[in-house]
Write a protein that binds this ligand. Structure first.
Ligand code: PRP
Ligand code: URA
Length: 205
C-alpha cells in the first residue's frame, strides 16, 4: 500500500529540497521537517491505551501509546537524516543501520554493513529518502524480515513509480509512506524531477 503526504507544508518543503541552490545546512533542516511529518503519518495506526489523567480542574479519560517499541532502520548513508525526527517524537525508539550502496554504473545496491537491534515483536520502519529502482529498499526489507521483523514499513521522501512497484512486488505487505511520488527514472536510474543525489546534497559531497 502506498500513501503519499498531502499537505501544503509538505509541498513547500519538497520544492525547496528539489531546488539546486538549497545549501546542505538548509537541506538537512528541510529533510528533518519532512521526515517528522512522515513519521507522524506512518504511525497513525499505533495502538493506544486509555489513561485517566487529572487536570488542574478535574479527572478526564485520555489515551497514551501502548507499549510497543519502535525500531527505525536507516539505510546508510542518506537514511541517517531520517532517524532524529523519529527519536524526537517517539519515546522508545531503537535504531538499526543497513549499509547499502548503489553501483554507479549498474545501479544495483551492494550490502556492506548491518547492525540491528532485536526486531521480533517490535514495530519496524525502514527509512531511506530516495526510492528509485527500489533495489536498496527491497534488500533492506529482506534483511529486517530475516532478522524477525513482521510487516516492516518503508518511509521515503521521494519515490519513483518503478521503486514502488519493485518493493510492492517483493514485499506486498509493506506499507510505503512517501512525501511525493515523482514521474520516472532517467537512464542512470536517478529520479525525475527528483532532487539529485540525496546523500551528496545532505553532506555537501
Ligand atoms: C541512494 C539512496 C537510496 C538508493 C536508492 O543511496 O539513499 O539508498 O540510492 O536507489 P535504489 O532505489 O535504486 O536502490 P546511494 O546508493 O547513492 O548511497 P548513499 O546513501 O551512500 O549516497
Ligand atoms: N539516489 C539518489 O540519491 N537520488 C536518486 O535520484 C536516485 C537514487
Amino acid at each position: 500500500m502506498l500513501s503519499v503526504l498531502k499537505h501544503p507544508l509538505a509541498d513547500h518543503i519538497i520544492t525547496h529540497l528539489r531546488d539546486e541552490t538549497t545549501k546542505p545546512a538548509t537541506f538537512r533542516t528541510l529533510a528533518y521537517q519532512l521526515t517528522l511529518m512522515l513519521a507522524i503519518e506512518a504511525t497513525r495506526d499505533l495502538a493506544t491505551d486509555e489513561k485517566i489523567v487529572k487536570t488542574p480542574l478535574e479527572s478526564t479519560p485520555g489515551r497514551v501509546l501502548s507499549v510497543q517499541p519502535i525500531v527505525v532502520v536507516a539505510i546508510l548513508r542518506a537514511g541517517v537524516s531520517m532517524v532524529q525526527p523519529f527519536l524526537d517524537v517517539f519515546p522508545d525508539v531503537s535504531v538499526g543501520y543497513v549499509g547499502l550502496e548503489r553501483d554507479h554504473v549498474t545501479a544495483v545496491a551492494r550490502n556492506y554493513y548491518c547492525k540491528l537491534p532485536p526486531l521480533a515483536g517490535r514495530r519496524v520502519f525502514v527509512v531511506d529518502p530516495m526510492l528509485a529502482t527500489g533495489g536498496s529498499a527491497a534488500q533492506a526489507l529482506e534483511v529486517v524480515k530475516k532478522k524477525g521483523a513482521v510487516n516492516p514499513g518503508l518511509v521515503c521522501i521521494i519515490a519513483a513509480p518503478e521503486g514502488v512497484e519493485e518493493v510492492s512486488r517483493h514485499h506486498p505487505e509493506t506499507s510505503i509512506h512517501v512525501g511525493v511520488l515523482d514521474r520516472a527514472l532517467n537512464a542512470r536510474k536517478y529520479i525525475l524531477p527528483g532532487l539529485g543525489d540525496f546523500g551528496d546534497r545532505l553532506y555537501g559531497t
